[in-house]
Design a binder for this molecule. Sequence first.
Ligand SMILES: [Zn+2]
Length: 131
Amino acid sequence: MRVSRRRENEVRRRGVRRSLPVTKLYELVDSVNAHYAWMFHCPGCNSIHQCDTRWTFNGSQTAPTFRASILVHGAPDIGRPQCHSFVTDGRIEFLGDCTHALAGQTVDLPDWAAHHPDWVPGANGTAPRMP
Ligand SMILES: [Zn+2]
């Protein structure tokens, strides 16, 4: 049976989309490839935060939830704001004690690969590792 060009293109497009990792997290492993932490891109700090095994994790890389809250102390001397948040179902709620512009707001956690395209697992066969 002949498949229409439109259908063929649709399948191709969906296939490509499905094959791309759509994840908000990046798994950091240690020197023996064991899980160390989950990292995400924080849109408030425009930098990376990580949750190791001290946090609970719901297991979803597309709609992650971590508990307890994530507190990154500010370091004004190096331009790092204080950041205090809850990550719930793929969204990040910035608490009122943040010193960046998103304090008090809740926004979608961005897709990891959009900010860190070189850190996509399998892209170059290697992953960043803890020393
Ligand atoms: Zn942050």
